[in-house]
Design a protein around this ligand. Structure first.
Ligand code: FAD
Length: 451
C-alpha cells in the first residue's frame, strides 16, 4: 500500500485511531490502514489493489453515523473520503450542485446559500457529516416534510465498485427514464454495494425568510391536529415540524443550560418552521395560523422567534441531542417510523413497556413527526448484552405491531442488523443478498454490515 500510494495517503498504527469510532459508541477493532484518496482515479486504483488481494474495505464519511456502519470489525482497510471534498459546480440556472462525496454538508450548504440557492438536506450533524455519507445512509433530517429525504434530492451519482469499476451516473436532469435508474441501488446501501465518489444534488430557491415558533400542546393528538391545520393554511410551506415530549425538553434544557421561551410546562412541544418566499405576507399568514390554532385549542401557548438569533436559540433545544448522547452515554438510540397517526399511541406503548421492566431508566421521546419518525433515546443503559437486547425487544416489538420500520433514517449498520427481519420480509432480504452478490461477489465492501 505504502509503495503504491505513498505515506501521505496511507495512515498506519496510532494514526488510524481517530477513524475507529462513529457516534454509535459501538466498540471497534483495529484497522489495517486508513487510505485517503484525493480523486476518483486514486480511489479506483486503490479499490483495484484491494480487490486483487481480497482485502475488505470500509468506506468512511464524517463518522457521524449512529449505527456503527463505518466502524471496523477487525482487519479491514478504511477508505476515508475526507480529501475528496471539492465543490465542483453550483449551477443556479439548472438548480444543481456537483460535489465530491467527501464535502462536509455544512460547507456545501453555505456555498449554495452564497450563490443564492438552498441545499435542502439538513441534519444536526451538518458540521461533520459528508454528502457521500448522507447518500449512503439516505439521510433524513429536519426538512424532509417539505423537500423529501436525501434520495428525493439526488439527481446523479458517480460510484466506484468493489473491483474498481467506475459507474458514471452523473445525471443532471429531473427526468430521465432511459432505462433503470441505478443510482437508487446505492442510495441507502450504507457502503455495501459501492463507494460514492461524486454527487449531483438538486437545489431549491433560497427562502427569503424563515418563520419559527415553539408551541406547547396538550397531547400528541393535539400536535397532530396542529400539523394538519398548519399544512392546510400554509399550503405546503411548512419546512420543519419537530416534536418533543416534555421529558426530552426538560433534560435538554438542563443539560445544555437552555431556557424554553414558554412560561408554562406542556406535555408535548412542537418546533415549527415555515420557509417564506414573500416575507411580509408569509409572516402574517404564519401568525394568523398560530392564532387560529390557539383559538381552536390545538395549541395552548406559543412563542414566535423575533430574530434569526432567537430562531437559532429555539433550534438549539432540538439540536441539543448531541450533548445528551455524550452526557448520558451509554445510550440506546431508537429511530423508528410508524404511520403518522399512530405515533402518539406507539410512543405510549413503548414508554409503558420500558417503565414496567426498567422503572429507573430514563427514556426521551422526540422526532420528525411530520414524516412519521420517532426517536427514543434510552439513557445510561445497562452494560449487559442480554439486558440491551431485552430493551431493544421492548421497543421493536411495538414497532413490529404497527408494521413500522426499525430504522427510519439512521440506517442499519451493525447495531440494527439483528432486527431487520422486523421490517423486511424474507423475500426482500434474499433479494438484497442477491444484489450484493452481483455487485460485490467477493463480499469485500463493508462486510457484515446491513445484511
Ligand atoms: P459515516 O458515519 O462516516 O458513515 C455512515 C455509513 O455510510 C457507513 O456505513 C459508511 O460505510 C457509509 N459511507 C460513508 N461515506 C460513504 C461513501 N462516500 N460511499 C459509500 N458509503 C459511504 N441522520 C439522519 O438521517 N437524520 C438526522 O436528523 C440525523 N441527526 C443526527 C444528529 C447528530 C447529532 C448525529 C451525531 C447524527 C445524526 N444523524 C442523523 C446520523 C448521521 O449524521 C447520518 O447518518 C449521516 O448521513 C452520516 O454521514 P457521515 O458522512 O457521517 O457517514
Amino acid at each position: 500500500m505504502h509503495a503504491a500510494f505513498g505515506a501521505d495517503q496511507v495512515l498506519l498504527g496510532e494514526a488510524t485511531e481517530r477513524y475507529l469510532h462513529d457516534w454509535s459508541g459501538i466498540g471497534a477493532k483495529s484497522a489495517l490502514a486508513v487510505l485517503r484518496p484525493r480523486s476518483t482515479e486514486e480511489l479506483c486504483a486503490l479499490m483495484e489493489l484491494c480487490h486483487a488481494h481480497d482485502q475488505p474495505v470500509i468506506p468512511q464519511g464524517g463518522l457521524s453515523g449512529l449505527v456503527g456502519g463505518a466502524v471496523p470489525r477487525g482487519g479491514e482497510v478504511l477508505v476515508s473520503l475526507e480529501r475528496m471534498n471539492r465543490i465542483e459546480k453550483i449551477d443556479t440556472e439548472s438548480g444543481t450542485v456537483t460535489v465530491e462525496a467527501g464535502a462536509v454538508l455544512q460547507n456545501v450548504q453555505e456555498a449554495c446559500r452564497e450563490a443564492g440557492a438552498l441545499l435542502a438536506i439538513d441534519l444536526g450533524a451538518r458540521g461533520s457529516c459528508q454528502i457521500g455519507g448522507n447518500v449512503a445512509t439516505n439521510a433524513g433530517g429536519n426538512r424532509v416534510i417539505r423537500y423529501g429525504t436525501t434520495r428525493d434530492l439526488i439527481l446523479g451519482l458517480e460510484v466506484v465498485l468493489a473491483d474498481g469499476t467506475v459507474l458514471d451516473m452523473m445525471n443532471q436532469m429531473a427526468k430521465n427514464n432511459a432505462g433503470m435508474d441505478l443510482k437508487h441501488l446505492f442510495i441507502g446501501s450504507e457502503g455495501t454495494l459501492g463507494i460514492v465518489s461524486k454527487v449531483v444534488v438538486k437545489l431549491h430557491p433560497l427562502p427569503l425568510r424563515t418563520c419559527t415558533a415553539l408551541v406547547g400542546t396538550e397531547s400528541y393528538a393535539s400536535a397532530l391536529t396542529f400539523l394538519r391545520q398548519a399544512q392546510a393554511s400554509l399550503s405546503g410551506q411548512v419546512s420543519a415540524f419537530e416534536i418533543m415530549w416534555s421529558d426530552y425538553l426538560e433534560i435538554v434544557s438542563e443539560t445544555c443550560a437552555l431556557r424554553s421561551p414558554l412560561d408554562g410546562d406542556y406535555p408535548v412541544y412542537v418546533l415549527i418552521d415555515m420557509h417564506c418566499g414573500q416575507p411580509e405576507t408569509d409572516a402574517a399568514r404564519f401568525q394568523a395560523m398560530l392564532e387560529q390554532a390557539f383559538q381552536q385549542g390545538s395549541i395552548l401557548d406559543g412563542a414566535v422567534a423575533q430574530s434569526v438569533a432567537e430562531a437559532a436559540s429555539f433550534w438549539s433545544l432540538r439540536d441539543g441531542i448531541s450533548e445528551i448522547l455524550r452526557d448520558f452515554a451509554p445510550t440506546l438510540n431508537f429511530d423508528v417510523s410508524v404511520p403518522v397517526a399512530r405515533i402518539g399511541e406507539c410512543a405510549e406503548h413503548i414508554r409503558a413497556n420500558l417503565k414496567r421492566d426498567w422503572p429507573v431508566l430514563n427514556a426521551l421521546f422526540f422526532g420528525h413527526v411530520g414524516d412519521g419518525n420517532l426517536h427514543v433515546v434510552v439513557c445510561r443503559v445497562p452494560n449487559s448484552p442480554e439486558e440491551l437486547e431485552r430493551v431493544e425487544k421492548a421497543v421493536y416489538s411495538v414497532v413490529g405491531r404497527y408494521r413500522g420500520s426499525i430504522s427510519a433514517e439512521h440506517g442499519v449498520g451493525t447495531l440494527k442488523k439483528h432486527w431487520l427481519a422486523y421490517s423486511r420480509t424474507p423475500a426482500e432480504l434474499a433479494l438484497m443478498r442477491g444484489l450484493k452478490k452481483v455487485l460485490d461477489p467477493k463480499g469485500l465492501l463493508n462486510p457484515g454490515k446491513l445484511i
